[in-house]
Design a protein. Structure first.
Length: 363
């Protein structure tokens, strides 16, 4: 298993089109790193550069201290699981999983031991003599993962491996990948996804990519609780964080903000006298909103246009005609709130402040 280090890594097409710039990242042995970001941000391109399938046009990539920019993919000690299963349809599960080892001229005993071990780990034992067409989508993806495991690589790369599965299979296979990682604690894995749930539940650390670079790196809870920018705040979490304009009127360990739409918010983000009068966006996650009857201490007041009762929670949509409506997420069923005007506030510890799109926590 391996450590990876990316220093100033860049990708340019045709010498003029920059896709990624100045990527600096240390990945430690045993981590499961997840790349997330909007479509076109370069997360799959970065994964393919690590694999050697895309040429690095700037910076260096090191695996265990050795620069591998010009090392062929087959010699990097990396195994990749693609979005499509890429299984040989005429080969059995056993043959699919053992193919790379046969090419490497491993002994039959060594091949059989590696396949049996991976099959047991992935619960594929009963299916080793079946063709891929006789398997479900989740089983096919497990075969693709098993094909990587038998090679015993330094680094595992996953490029949106669950995107072809239906919702139920995604959940089941996600749990299987988490269990697989638990059974291989020293393995280093890099996982690309656009699914926040996959990122939050699987990752040791998440790398959020945007604007051709890294927006923030941290544990799932760090990104959720202390995002460094409005972009990360709204990208991590579903529904997205609400951003409401206001002005700082009192500073100190607790900050008071007069909201443009009325009411006063209190945030535990510390500020100084120089911040008084600063125009900010007050960020509150929908699940952190609570109702209040206070005449002055509230963050938002509005009419509930739409409610979505999901059983365990109810989503409240204010100003639903807007492109980015204000959303509240209350536990339980609150269908009776539709059409009513309500006030919402939040615990000061969960009220974020942003100026010029950056969090005031990260100044």
């Amino acid at each position: 298993m391996a450590n990876l280090k990316l220093t100033g890594v860049a990708k340019t097409y045709g010498g003029t089109v920059d896709v990624l710039k100045d990527i600096n990242l240390d990945i430690k042995q045993g981590e499961l790193i997840v790349f997330v970001g909007p479509s076109g941000c370069g997360k799959s391109t970065l994964l393919r550069m690590i694999a050697g399938l895309e040429k690095i046009t700037g910076g260096t990539l090191e695996i265990d201290g050795q620069m591998v920019n010009d090392v062929p993919p087959a010699q990097r000690g990396i195994a990749m699981v693609f979005q499509s299963y890429a299984l040989y349809p005429h080969m059995t599960v056993r043959d699919n999983m053992s193919f790379a080892l046969k090419i490497a001229k491993k002994s039959p005993d060594e091949i059989n031991a590696a396949v049996e071990k991976a099959a047991k780990m992935l619960q594929l034992g009963p299916y080793l003599d079946r063709l891929p067409k006789a398997l479900s989508g989740g089983q096919r993806q497990r075969v693709a993962i098993g094909r990587s495991i038998v090679r015993d690589p330094k680094v595992y790369l996953f490029d949106e491996p669950l995107s072809n599965l239906d919702a139920a299979l995604r959940v089941a296979t996600r749990i299987e990948i988490a269990q697989l990682k638990e059974s291989m604690p020293d393995s280093t894995m890099i996982y690309v996804t656009h699914d926040q749930v996959e990122a939050m539940t699987l990752a040791t650390r998440i790398v959020v990519l945007a604007n051709k670079g890294i927006a923030q790196v941290g544990t799932p809870l760090e990104l959720y609780q202390t995002p460094n920018s409005e972009f990360v705040a709204q990208f991590i979490g579903s529904p997205a964080m609400n951003l409401l304009p206001g002005e700082i009127v009192e500073t100190g360990a607790q900050t008071r903000i007069r909201m443009d739409a009325g009411g006063t918010a209190v945030s535990a983000v510390p500020t100084t006298d120089a911040d008084r009068g600063l125009k900010v966006n007050v960020g509150v996650r929908p699940e952190d909103f609570v109702g209040t009857d206070s005449a002055t201490d509230y963050i938002y007041e509005g009419k509930v246009d739409i409610t979505e009762a999901l059983g365990e929670v109810t989503l409240l949509y204010f100003e639903a005609q807007r492109e980015d409506p204000v959303i509240g997420k209350l536990p339980g069923v609150h269908a009776d709130l539709r059409g009513r005007t309500v006030k919402m506030t939040a615990d000061p510890e969960k009220v974020h402040l942003f100026h010029d799109k950056r969090s005031l926590r990260y100044r």
